[in-house]
Design a protein around this ligand. Sequence first.
Ligand SMILES: [Zn+2]
Length: 235
Amino acid sequence: MTKRGIITIAAILLIAAVAVVLVLTLRHPAPTPVEAVQTIPTYIVALDPGHGGRDPGAVSGDVLEKNLNLAIAQKTQALMATDPRLQPVMTRTADTYVALEDRIAKAEAAGAQIYVCIHVNSFDQPDAAGVETWVDNTRADDDPSWVLASMVQSALSNATAARNRGIRTQESFLQRTTMPAVSVEVGYLTNPDELTKLLDPAYQATIATGIVQGVEDFIDWMEESQSSDQETSES
Ligand SMILES: [Zn+2]
C-alpha cells in the first residue's frame, strides 16, 4: 500500500470514529441538573415578640417578659430558617418599643402569610401554669386562624409537656390583619417551676421546636386543602 493510501484509510477511520462518538452523544445527552430542581413554595412567617422597650410586659422580680419573648422568638426564627419552606420575619429584633399597628404593617410589608405573637403569661396566683394559644374573637368560624391555633397549641404542648390550657379567644390587635394570626402564651413567669424553665435556653429552644412544628403542620393542612379544592373544581 502506498503511503498516500495509508493516510487516506487513516483519515476515513478517524472520520468514522468521530461520527460514531457524535451519534452516541446526541442519542444519549447528559442529564441536565436543572431537570432535578423542583420549586418549593415558601411561606413568609411573621414572628412577633410581645412588648419591648418601655413596655416590659409581665414582671417577676428582675425578669421582664419582653426579654423572654425576644429570646424565644430569636430561637424560633433560627430554627424556622432551617426549613426551606419557611422564611421568618421579625417585628422587632432588639429591646425596642414597636406599636402594635407598626408590627402588623411591618409583617404585611414583608409579605407575611402567617403571623405568630410570642408572649409569656402571668397570674396573681403562683400555681397557674401551662401553654395557651389565642385567636382574635372577631375571626369567623371558618377563618384559618383557628386551625393555626389548634396546630400550634398541640405541637407546643407536646414539645414542652406543659399543661395544655387550650385555645382561647378575646378581642385583640390581630383583627387589624386578614392573614392567619395567633398569639401564643408559652408559660407563666409567676409560676416558680415554669419560670426556671423559661429562663433556660434549652427549654426556650424546645418552645421554638413546638411553634415551628405547629406552623409546618398548618402549612401541610393549607396545601392539602388547596389541592383537594383543585380536585373538586376539576371534577
Ligand atoms: Zn405579654
